[in-house]
Design a protein around this ligand. Structure first.
Ligand code: BTN
Length: 322
């Protein structure tokens, strides 16, 4: 009944009244009203105007497993979980991957998260309209090389956004996504490893997509933005989710051999190299210019006194361009 109602709304060229929908589906108007509310709870945006009737807007805001699975490699089909509302997709993905599920990989996407997690234990705001997804990969790499994954993930996400929206997205080291120095998305990578080898890695991607930036507070001290505010049009979330996951599934198995290519892509998409920055690492703050990334993805900074220092972890703030 809910899906019949949805297809009636999808095919309607003009607003449809509750009575008309009730007649078409041979149910009461109260039943229509209840199902409209269920669809809204699933994340569909449906506007109801008193005399005119109901209009479905923004179907691109709605992710369905079928639409994502049609666009990812065959071996991962059946491994796409879509949730209307969850605490954190990273948590849900770990619950499936830890006992051996999602082999060789899989993904969890949510329309909304109540307890989205950011880096450094921060909360991540996740309203309806954003892309909140966690991709599980099982790359054959030693635990010591797991720092390659956040670098790959940022290259993949920036590439998918550029391809689908033509927006010039840049990467702030190691894996924040920026448009004109404003944060549009972030990545939280969690590694499950034996002593020497990786078991699985959860790549949690959060993108402020189809809602205006005014809905957000600033993120990590940087001004926040959204794809909608920058590009003007909503993006198709199914396409974007599938493009990100497919690229990760394709490139993760080659991570042991092809990291030089990944670093090349990272350098080209970087919004950090050549910039004056402040980096906070191990409780200390350092100022300097970001000059390169090392072969393991660490950031190389030329400090004020001319000394070069390598940072494997830390939080970067870009200083305004002079
Ligand atoms: C950051 O702090 O920049 C990283 C933010 C990562 C947020 C995403 S949203 C999907 C996934 N689930 C989470 O709880 N966090 C990540």
């Amino acid at each position: 009944m809910k899906y019949k109602l949805l297809s009636e709304l999808k095919s309607a060229a003009a607003p449809v009244s509750g009575q008309e929908l009730a007649d078409r589906l041979s149910v009461s108007r109260t039943a229509i009203w209840k199902q409209i509310n269920n669809l809204r709870a699933d994340g569909y945006e449906i506007v109801g105007r008193p005399k005119a009737g109901y209009t479905l807007i923004g179907p691109e805001n709605v992710i369905t497993p079928g639409a994502v699975e049609a666009r990812i490699p065959a071996e991962y089909r059946g491994h796409v979980v879509v949730l209307a509302d969850t605490d954190s997709t990273n948590e849900q993905a770990k619950k499936i991957a830890a006992p051996g599920g999602f082999d060789p990989g899989g993904m969890v996407v949510a329309r909304r998260q109540s307890d989205g997690r950011g880096r450094f234990g921060r909360h991540w705001r996740s309203p309806v309209g954003g892309l909140w997804m966690s991709v599980v990969i099982r790359p054959p790499i030693p635990t010591a090389d797991s720092g390659r994954v956040p670098i790959l993930a940022s290259v993949v996400v920036a590439g998918a956004i550029r391809e689908l929206t033509k927006i010039d997205v840049r990467i702030k080291w190691p894996n924040d996504l920026l448009i004109n120095d404003r944060k549009v998305g972030g990545i939280l990578t969690e590694v499950a490893a034996e002593l020497a080898t990786v078991r699985y890695i959860v790549v949690g991607v959060g993108l402020n997509a189809n809602f205006p930036a005014s809905l957000l507070d600033d993120i990590d001290g940087a001004r926040a933005t959204s794809l909608l505010s920058e590009g003007g049009d909503p993006v198709d979330l199914c396409n974007l989710a599938a493009a990100i996951a497919s690229r990760l599934f394709e490139r993760a198995p080659r991570l042991a051999h092809d990291f030089a290519d990944v670093l090349g892509d990272w350098r080209r998409a970087s919004g950090t190299l050549g910039r004056d920055i402040v980096i906070r690492a191990s409780g200390e703050e350092h100022r300097g210019r970001a000059v390169d990334v090392g072969s393991d993805g660490a950031l190389i900074v030329e400090l004020a006194g001319g000394e070069r220092r390598t940072f494997r972890a830390g939080e970067v703030t870009l200083r305004p361009k002079s």
